[in-house]
Write a protein that binds this ligand. Sequence first.
Ligand code: MG
Length: 427
Amino acid sequence: MKVPNHQSLRYSTTQLFNYSVIQLFSLQRYIAHFDLDSFFVSVEVINNPSLKGKPVLVGGHSERGVVAACSYEARKFGIHSAMPMKKAMQLCPHAIVTNSSRGEYSRYSRWVTNIIAEEAPVFEKASIDEFYLDLTGMDKYFVPFEWTQKLRQRIIDETQLPISFALASNKLIAKIATDVAKPNGFIWVRPGEELAFLDPLRVNKIPGVGEETYKKLVTYNIETIKDIRFRKREEMEMILGKYGGDLWDRANGIHTRVVQPYHEAKSISTENTFEENKTDVDFLLVELVRMTEKVAYELRQDDKTAGCIAVKIRYADFETTTKQATIPYTFYDDELIRSAKELFHKSYRKGQAVRLIGVRLSELTDEAMQTSLFTDVQKKSGLYKAIDDVKNKFGSDLLTKATVKQNEQFKSEHAAFNRTGRKNLKK
Ligand SMILES: [Mg+2]
């Protein structure tokens, strides 16, 4: 097996094959956890450098909004993410609230993902700003801690986004350690030093331990991870039930979850070949909307959002054009329809007869990964979920047909589709 050039961080197929073989043996595991620091805020600061060093809150301005992310300056006032915006503003009245770069978050996330995909043999995208890398077996060819530092530097140099990481022997310890390393830092919890690292940390550094659990444990004189470890597993189960046992395992650094390799998700698409070739633009646009609604519905059924949309047009002479656009991750009909229409207008050659239209959504990611903390988004999600419930109950054609019929009543295709979109939103 050829030793890779130190300048290059890439691997040959043989190396990757050997890597999978190596995985079958219980070698020392090297798991890195990378987490972008206050990601949304960092993107806002790149787009508006005057925000740098100020208490910045990302989220909806509305009364019912919550803080999706906050700068480290804002954290000094006791503000944390998921806190009601109203409360955050009481704690720091001069904080700047923004989410003006919302469309940019997914673009930056993809940028970082692409860099990691280029460098790492196996990685998992755990959320919009968080990645796990499995470097097990790679210590034969390079020092994993040096490799991870180089990768971090490359991400910072190219994207300007601050990012922290930790290297450890499993995902849990790596995640806990990244939190300790933040902001803009890195840590290696060396093999054999796991318990010494965990012991002094507060119990609520273990992911999933919320305020309630923490308070309860404190009443039992359990404040640090070591305090859990020095109890018996059964004792922890007495206090917290089955979860107490899980927590005991975690306190002992036991965590067996593997890095789930990230695959560019498949696409969702639909095509329609017309019985006769069509030149009526209004008709084609009605079809386009109907088809986009169909794929958007499927997208929501899969709990996914799409980051790319493509529109295919096949003309009577079989010539085919496909135009695609990268879009902010979404599963909303109105946003997808707007993009589909734009693509259609860009590629449709006026007057030409069309025999087929297709719509494809790709770059699918889990909906949960998205910024569902924005209340307007939540409201909108609720609306679409309600529509989909009806579709599920009565068949997905019912509402689609209603919309298409409505569209047909409008003379101007643009006005028609825009009005439909807004109508859906305001209901
Ligand atoms: Mg983060």
